[in-house]
Ligand binder design. Structure first.
Ligand SMILES: *[C@@H]1O[C@H](CO)[C@@H](O)[C@H](O)[C@H]1NC(C)=O
Ligand SMILES: *[C@@H]1O[C@H](CO)[C@@H](O)[C@H](O)[C@H]1NC(C)=O
Length: 163
């Protein structure tokens, strides 16, 4: 055993250890509790698909089954033209580029709320599918997280005319 070998091994071991530390730290911290916005990002969806104000969510990482909870029905508009609505609890399954079996997400089409069943990422678009039709929105519409809007009253009062 020459001492020259030992000297070369030590820096190598030190480099390996620091590489392992650098690489494992972010993984560990994001495993601890990714936010719902990080879950979207991991699945190739923009964070703006979910408005601000989520109170909690559950995710089964094996099946992708999730549910998201707001304190009240959340409505917001895209580009001041398209209206979306999330029930206080909505759920479905998430996988890479696909949200399926959705329950509790609606888009307003000619004054009628229609439930969205699936949202699929198709290159730079998001395709929202309903039972007999679909909407295609550019992903840029979802760059920023929208705010839930108040319908007449915020807070205590029941939103009236909730359809
Ligand atoms: C939702 O309600 C819970 C319990 O009333 C409260 O602690 C929490 O701050 C609320 N969250 C938001 C985003 O308003
Ligand atoms: C995830 O779902 C599977 C299948 O329904 C179930 O067996 C498992 O217990 C669930 N895991 C968690 C953490 O709930």
């Amino acid at each position: 055993m020459g001492s020259a070998t030992t000297e070369r091994l030590i820096p190598l071991a030190a480099t390996l250890i620091s590489l392992i530390l650098i690489h494992s730290t972010p993984a560990i911290s994001s495993l601890a509790s990714p936010t719902s916005y990080e879950v979207l990002d991991d699945n190739n969806f923009p964070a703006g698909l979910l408005p601000d104000g989520i109170s909690s969510y559950d995710l089964n990482i094996t099946t992708g089954q999730f549910s998201v909870h707001f304190n009240r029905t959340c409505r917001f508009s895209l580009q001041n033209s398209y209206h979306l609505k999330y029930k206080p609890t909505f759920n479905g399954y998430i996988s890479n580029g696909k949200l399926s079996s959705l329950k509790g997400v609606y888009v307003r089409v000619f004054l009628v709320w229609r439930e969205i069943e699936e949202i699929v990422r198709r290159e730079d678009d998001l395709v929202f599918s309903m039972r007999i039709s679909s909407y295609v929105f550019p992903i840029d519409y979802f760059e920023e997280r929208p705010q839930c809007q108040c319908v007449l009253k915020c807070g205590g009062g029941q939103a009236s005319k909730e359809t």
